[in-house]
Write a protein that binds this ligand. Structure first.
Ligand code: PAF
Length: 286
């Protein structure tokens, strides 16, 4: 049984954080939906390196799941989560209930909507998803009042949404971006990987391999649209249902220049499991 301090009441969290701040300590924060893996633990360590105390939240946020998505079956592993957070150096596990997070009910909650960056890719395929993310992250920021907060680069577009939110609402919080951690074969770590059957787990690495193939083609001078269709066909051939395989700039718009920073993003389904991954790199001029 982990002995990390677990707080479930907002008053308790406020007192703990206020006490730290009175002592002049800097507070780091890692928001999660639980079922934590090494990627989350690395975010705790990243926050720890920039702060004196670290709070991690575990809250499976109903407002960011669509009606046909996996809210009910999203893996909930509270004991393992607490033990892993403690081992990673987290001080407090913030575990709010739905009632604490949404006192008037999730359907009557004040909502955030981030324009622009949410209109494409994930935003197009998962309507309302980023509104739910922005809504809950704003609440978590208000509850925890951290100095720094760490998010993973695997959710590339989510990070862009949070950056916009923090700037636009002037949250006094510095964002830290953690690199994607990968399994030995290259599959990006994700809580959803545990949905994969043994056969699907074998196929799943194709996403990372396709991202690498996309980069190679771009570096070799292929145009972005040809690279996108190669990626789509390759993934479909490997048994995926593809939502997108996209070549974008870091602002998530289609590139117009022949050189510059690129991010390659894939979202694809294997059976009932939806996986996302991305690869960012500098494309030199040809
Ligand atoms: O990335 C996640 O796990 C979630 O989207 C977040 C940021 C914890 C908000 O619920």
């Amino acid at each position: 049984m982990a002995s990390i301090e677990t707080i479930t009441a907002l008053e308790g969290l406020r007192q703990r954080v206020a006490g730290w701040k009175r002592e002049g300590l800097r507070v780091g924060f890692v928001p999660t939906m639980g079922n934590l893996h090494a990627g989350h633990h690395s975010l705790v360590r990243l926050a720890r390196a920039e702060a004196d105390r670290v709070v991690a939240s575990v809250f499976v946020n109903p407002t960011q799941f669509g009606p046909d998505e996996d809210f009910d079956r999203y893996p909930r592993t509270p004991d393992e989560d607490a033990a892993g957070l403690e081992a990673a150096g987290c001080d407090v596990l913030w575990l709010p209930s739905v009632e604490t997070m949404y006192p008037f009910g999730a359907d009557n909650a004040v909502q955030m909507r981030v324009p622009g960056v949410t209109d494409v890719l994930e935003g197009e395929r998962r309507p309302g998803h980023f509104d739910g993310v922005a809504t809950v992250v704003s609440r978590l920021f208000n509850q925890v009042q951290p100095d720094v907060a760490a998010f993973g680069r695997k959710d590339y577009q989510q990070l862009a949404v949070i950056r916009y939110l923090v700037r636009d609402l002037a949250f006094p919080i510095r964002l830290l971006a953690g690199d994607t951690l990968r399994e030995a074969d290259g599959l990006a770590m994700s809580s959803r990987n545990r949905y994969l059957s043994a056969a699907e787990r074998g196929q799943a690495v194709e996403i990372h391999q396709t991202l690498q193939a996309m980069r190679e083609r771009l570096v070799g001078g292929s145009p972005a649209d040809a690279v996108e269709s190669m990626a789509r066909q390759r993934l479909q051939g490997a048994g995926f249902e593809v939502d997108y395989a996209a070549v974008r700039t870091p602002e998530l718009v289609a590139p117009v220049d022949s050189a510059g920073r690129r991010v390659l993003l894939i979202a694809a389904r294997l059976g009932s499991t939806r996986l996302i991954d991305n690869l960012e790199f500098e494309l030199a001029g040809t």
